[in-house]
Each structure stands twice: as C-alpha cells, then as structure tokens.
Design a protein. Structure first.
Lengths: 281, 250, 264
C-alpha cells in the first residue's frame, strides 16, 4: 500500500506477504530507468529520422560515429583528445587560479571585519553581473588567445568561491566557538580548530558551483572565438551546419563537466567524512 | 455494561517479524478488551517500536494476524491512531486544524469534525491556543495536540509510543493524569508503550512485559488499583517491584 | 516597556569603510583611464560610461536600437523563459520527489541533460528556431528548470518521516499525503529555487544574446566589443548587472511575502 511513496524508505520498502504484485513490477526502479533511457534515445532517433527539425538533428548513432571519426582524424590541427585537453586545461588553470585566491580571501573577509568592510562592497558591485558578460571586454583586453579565456573562467569562478567560503564561516554556530573558549583556547585555536574545518563543506559547495560556472564560461569563450577545444567543435558544427558535430560537442562537454564535479565530490568525501549528505541527487 | 467490558477488541495471534535472519518479534499473542488501557514495558532495545509499527500496519508483519473486532486490521477500515515519541504537528496548520487533521483524513463531515475538535480541545485545555501555530507553543503542548488528534478520531485502537518520554517529570505527571481522564471520558482502547515502569503502573489496567530479542510476551500483570493511584501506596510499590524484577537484565 | 532597547554601536570605521572603498574603487577606475595608464581603447572611465548611458537613452546608433529596446527585449525573454521553467520545473520536481514512477521515468533523462551547459544548446536552437525570441526562451527555460526540479525534489524528500507515518496510521492515501504534507513542507525549498533559477536564467540569457541575437543587452555588449567601443561594452555590463540585481530584489520580496504567507 505504501509502496509508491519514496519520501520515507523505512516505511515502504518491505514488500509484505502478498508476494510480487504487478504494481511492484512496474514501480521497480531499474526497470523504470531502463524504460526511460530507451524511450529517450528512441524518441531522439525517431524525431531525427522523421526530420521534425529538417536536417538539424542528427540520429544518435550518427553522433557516435562522428565522435569516433574525430578520434581517428585530425580536425583543425588535433584529434578529439587534443580538443578535450585544450578545454580541460583552460578550465583547470582558470579554476585553480581563482579558487587559490578566492577561498583564502573569503575566509579572511569572514574572520576580519575591517577587511570585510573594504572588500565586500566591491564584490557586491560585481556579484549580480553574469560572468559571461565579461567575454567581450576580455577579448578587447587580451585578444583572442589563451589568456582571455582563462581570464573569463577565473572571473566567473572567483565570486561563488569567495562568497561560499565567506558564508561558510559566517554561518558557523557560535556554540562551537564556546567549546574552545571554555577550554581556554586562544583566538588562533578557534580559527584553526573550528572555523576552518566547519567551513569545509561550504567551501566545497562553492567549488562545485564554481566548476559548473567555469564550464559555462569556457563554452561562452570558445563559442565566441577559439581555434581548438570542445566549444570550437560546437561552433564549427554551427557554422558548417553539422548537427552531429554540435551534438557530439555537447555530449563531450557534459561528460567532462560531470566527471569534474564527480572529482570534487570524491575529494570532499575524502576531506570531510563527517559531513552527512541530505540530498542524494 | 459488564458484558461489554469483557468483549475482546483486539486479538493478536502469533505476530512475528523478521528482518532477514534477525527475528525481532517472535510469536506474540495477546488480547485487549474494549476500553482497556494496556501498558507495554520491556528492556531497552527489545523492539518496542517495531512492535508498534507492525501493529499499526506501518510495517507488514512476517507472520501472524492482528484482528480488530474479529476482522483483519487495516488503516483504511479501522480507526487506528498512533501517538509518536516525537511531536508530530503539521507546522503549516493551526493547533485546531492539527487536532482536526486525523478526522479530516477519515472523511468525517465538517460540522461533526468541528464539534469534536472543540470538545477535545476543551478537555485538554488547548482552547486558548486554538489559532496559534505549532511553532508558537511549547513541546508539551505539541504532544497534547498529537494526543488530542489521536483521541478525536474515536479510535478502535490507540497506540502510544513513549509519548511523554522527552518531557520533564512535572509535566509528565500532569499529562499522565490528563491521559487517564481523557481515556475514562472517551472510553477508547489504548496500548501504551513506555520504558518507565512507574508510569506503566500508574496509568495501566494491565501490563504486558516483553522479553529481550526475539521479543515475546514474558508476563502479564493486572494492576487492580483504585484511581487516583498513589506512588506511595504499598500495593503500587509491590507491583512496581514485581515488574522491575521481570525486566532487569543485571 | 520592561526592556531597555539595546543599541549596539558599530565602530565608525565599519560604517565609513564600505563607502570609502566603493568611492576609492570608482576613483581609481576613473584615474587609470584618464591618466593614460590604461589606454582608453581598452577601458572607458565611469564618467564616459555615464555620458554614453545618457546618449543611448535616445540614440539608436551605433548598434541599431536605443537602450530601452535592448532592455525590454532581454526582460521579455527572461520573463517568459523563467515563468515557463517554474511552471514545468516545480510540479515536475514535486512529483519526482513523491511518485516512484515519475522519478524512475524522468530522472535518468534529467541526469543526462543536466550537465550540459545551457548555452551549449545555442547552435541547435539557432538551427531549430532561428535567432528570434523562441530560441532564447528555450535556452533560458533549460537553464531555469534545473534548480526548480532539484529544489522541489529535495524539498519533498526532506518531509519529516514521522509526519508521513502519522498520516498513514490515519489511513491517508498517497495523494492526500502528497498534497497535505509533502507540498507544504517542500514550499520553503521551492521558494529558494526562485532566486537560484533567476540567476541561472539571467546568466544564460546574456550568453544566448552574446552569441545569437539582434537586440538585447547581451547583443549591446557584443556589438560594443566588435566596434571597439569599451564605453558601450561597460555600459552593457553595468545594465545587465543592475537589471539582474533589480530582478533579484523583486524575487526576494515575492519570496519573503510567500514565506510569510505560510508561516504567518
């Protein structure tokens, strides 16, 4: 009876005495996942085959073939691996650069209110500005080379990194500090024993957000102007009207974004094993 | 009336619950008469909560029957109420709406629902805060809301899972008296689970003592004392001692 | 009054410093351009941005439309895309949180599409819908729907289990539990999504306009860049920032109103 609800696993999981019912079969998670994925690809394939969007949607196996081809031949100077690496490299550099400066600055702002009073208003000015809006001016400043792309990625990732480390410390429960105070600890003990570890989860949340922003910024930069990278593949597909190339590029960038966020999650699990995760999405 | 009192309301036969290889409940059998207040005590971790969850049909039993008036128990057909250990109030409903919630689910017409709500709230002294929200009242008030809601549906069986376990002693005495008076006025059949032996002897007409896992009914003690009971009554202390001996593990 | 009002005095520097730092920032910006440290072809000083702002209010040159038209186009696209993403995302997320079948069928597809940055859809939308309104609304919709679904889903999942058990013991049906318990308890999370979705929508709107558009604030930025007019670029950025902040503020007020409505 309670089988169709999943908000509380402890209530509905046991199957009861009636044996396997039809209802339980159709609500089996793996069956549903399979049905869902198969129908997704089927619909995609049919929509493409029936030319609902004219010739502007490629069938799934064409996209796969296209990606396979790209691993074999050199396209605009390099093969598929080269394009993936070009993009990943930009994200890595921009992301590390920004987080390297933003996280300590955020922590420092939260711990020192004078620093906060000076720096925070300037960030409040920049905060509502979407990072993508920087694309044009960075091209104006740094041309179309590597540096302008890294600049956009850094700008985009800087703000969420900083704000999350800042909030991570601001939102610590004051009782935790009392523990240290009662034991006679100094301000330094408070910072090292409480502030840093307690802000870890928030910092990682910030890194996750930054990372997804980084990929978006990278894509915007590469779509505007690039000679290699996954965004370049998409852009080239757009200019030469090859939907298979566009879709291939989209799949690759989604895959990389997903992998990199997985990496951050693994790091977080390693570094803060005490953090209980509420959502399993 | 005398004939009615001996009528068996709830009959539990061979109730068994296994989680894989672990047998938690082992062939539990007992009966509860109409309008009886039965307490269940047992050592820590003897599966009291599993027992209640199985009885209330929140969890399916592995084996055995639970019969209410001779029929297989079902939340849709029978009125089973459950007062949980922690307060269960819907934060977005006022105290009055919370008390009425059980009846609303049961589909009781609005007019009757309002009348019954008002009556119960009068009995437990919630009338003054009828239009407040749960986060505006104290923890003991929240538990009273849950108790009122449970009584309001006029349940065939009312299950209480250590409802006063988290309250301080003074409030606890007060609420126990309130529970007894509610039970006497509304003549519900109540099954009261607790780890506090004194509480069990104070409220119950009969006490079922559970054993360690796999749990079964180890003993049954009738508490035939005048109400209001006194903790210092020699008979009271005698029964308390008897129950304590039964569940001690040292 | 039995209580004396306690006034916590902020040290004077904490009030003065923020104003000073913003003023210093603007002055520094003005100075580096005017003094020639940064060539004026690369950056426009605040004063020039203001002049160009006054000019663009009535002058469609050099990018083809006056400022109000650009702003109106952007707002229109943002509004339609945002509303659509709320309309689809919130019910979908709520249903995914409670109904096993909906979750099983939708979640794999959602997880496939989620990691694709929304602006990666731009080429396809240009193929499918051209560079008009529809394409951009589609991209904004894709961007906004993700936080809506996630927050509503998590909100339903975080419903207190004992409340559900309580309702079950009274014999409540799944549907009753869903709309009497899960939806109200998910509401704060759902309102939280309003703000996040807006930020996503706004960012991706600018991206979409930068790359495929003929009006809008993002287009203004691109044109400024192509024409080598840093004043126009900065003006576009400032406008995007300010309108984003205003929208965020409006949503914040709405959110507070709604939350106060259920908490009272």
């Amino acid at each position: 009876m309670g089988g169709s609800s999943i908000a509380n696993e402890t209530v509905g999981v046991s199957s009861g005495r009636e044996g396997i019912t039809f209802y339980q079969i159709i609500t089996n998670t793996y069956l549903l996942y399979t049905v869902s994925l198969i129908s997704f690809f089927l619909v995609w394939d049919r929509v493409a085959a029936w030319q609902v969007f004219g010739d502007s949607l490629a069938r799934p196996h064409i996209v796969a073939l296209k990606l396979y081809d790209l691993t074999q031949i050199k396209f605009a100077g390099t093969n598929l691996g080269g394009h993936i690496w070009a993009s990943t490299q930009r994200v890595l550099i921009g992301f590390s650069l920004a987080s390297f400066f933003a996280v300590p600055l955020g922590l420092f702002m939260a711990l020192n209110r004078y620093a906060n009073a000076i720096v925070k208003p300037i960030f409040d000015l920049f905060k509502p500005m979407p990072p993508i809006a920087w694309v044009s001016i960075s091209i104006l400043w740094f041309g179309v080379g590597e540096f302008s792309k890294i600049f956009i990625i850094s700008i985009g990732t800087f703000v969420p990194c900083l704000l999350n480390s800042y909030n991570g410390i601001r939102l610590i429960e004051p009782e935790l500090y009392d523990v240290i105070k009662v034991l006679g600890g100094s301000r330094k003990d408070e910072v090292v024993q409480v502030s840093f570890p307690a802000s870890f989860p928030a910092i990682f949340a910030g890194l996750q957000i930054s990372l997804s922003v980084a990929w978006t910024c990278l894509l915007a930069a590469e779509l505007m102007n690039a000679r290699d990278g996954m965004g370049f593949l998409i852009k080239r597909g757009m200019d030469t009207h090859q939907p298979s190339l566009v879709l291939g590029g989209m799949i690759l960038i989604a895959l990389m974004a997903w992998l990199s966020s997985l990496l951050i999650s693994l790091m977080e699990r390693k570094l803060c094993p005490w953090k209980r995760s509420i959502d399993n999405l | 009336m005398g004939n009615n009192e001996s009528h068996v309301k709830i009959r539990v036969n061979n109730l068994t619950k296994r989680f894989g290889d672990l047998t938690v409940l082992d062939k539990i059998c007992f009966e509860i008469k109409t309008g009886e207040l039965v307490a269940i005590v047992g050592p820590t971790g003897c599966g009291k909560t599993t027992f209640l969850n199985t009885l209330s049909k929140l969890m399916p039993a592995t084996d055995g029957d639970i019969l209410i008036d001779g029929e297989e128990a079902s939340p849709r057909k029978h009125n089973i109420s459950y007062v949980f250990q922690e307060p269960t109030c819907l934060p977005w409903r006022t105290v009055r709406e919370n008390v009425a919630y059980g009846m609303e689910v049961k589909g009781i017409p609005k007019k009757e629902r309002m009348e019954r709500t008002d009556r119960i709230m009068e009995l437990v002294g919630l009338s003054s805060c009828a239009n407040l929200y749960p986060n505006q009242v104290s923890a003991s008030m929240m538990q009273r809301i849950a108790v009122s809601r449970a009584f309001a549906v006029e349940p065939d069986l009312l299950l209480m899972d250590e409802p006063y376990g988290q309250l301080d002693v003074k409030l606890r005495y007060y609420l126990e008296d309130e529970l007894i008076s509610l039970w006497q006025k509304l003549k519900s059949t109540v099954l009261f689970v607790t780890h506090n032996i004194e509480e069990a002897v104070y409220v119950a007409e009969r006490i079922l003592v559970l054993s360690n896992k796999p749990t079964c009914v180890k003993a049954e003690i009738t508490v035939d004392l005048e109400r209001p009971r006194s903790f210092l009554d020699p008979q009271f202390m005698e029964i308390r001692h008897q129950v304590t001996e039964l569940i001690r593990w040292w | 009054m039995a209580y004396e009002e306690i006034v916590v005095k902020k040290p004077l520097p904490l009030i003065a410093l923020p104003c000073l730092s913003v003023a210093a920032f603007l002055l520094f910006w003005e100075w580096i351009v005017v003094s020639g440290t940064v060539p004026s072809v690369l950056l426009a000083p605040p004063s020039q941005v203001f002049t160009v702002f006054m000019d663009k209010l009535g002058n469609p040159n050099p990018d083809g439309a006056i400022l109000a038209v650009h702003a109106w186009t952007s707002l229109q696209e943002a509004f339609i895309g945002y509303s659509l993403s709320l309309l689809v995302g919130i019910p979908l997320g709520l249903a995914m949180g409670w109904f096993r079948i909906v979750e099983g069928l939708i979640r794999p597809i959602f997880e496939l599409i989620r990691p694709i940055p929304p602006i990666a859809w731009i080429p396809l939308t240009v193929f499918w819908f051209g560079i008009g309104l529809t394409g951009k609304v589609f991209i904004i919709w894709i961007a906004g729907i993700v936080p809506c679904v996630i927050n509503s889903y998590v909100g339903v999942r975080m419903t207190q289990p004992t409340l559900i058990q309580m309702a079950r013991t009274y014999g409540a049906t799944d549907w009753q539990i869903f709309h009497q318990l899960c939806i109200p308890s998910a509401l704060p999370m759902v309102f939280g999504a309003l703000q996040i979705a807006l930020a996503y929508c706004w960012t991706n709107l600018v991206g979409a306009e930068l790359l495929a558009s003929d009006t809008g604030l993002g287009y203004l930025i691109t044109m400024g860049g192509r024409l080598g007019r840093p004043d126009i670029v900065v003006l576009g950025m400032v406008c995007v920032g300010i309108s984003g902040a205003i929208l965020g503020f409006i949503i914040d007020c709405v959110e507070r109103r709604l939350l106060a409505g259920i908490r009272r």
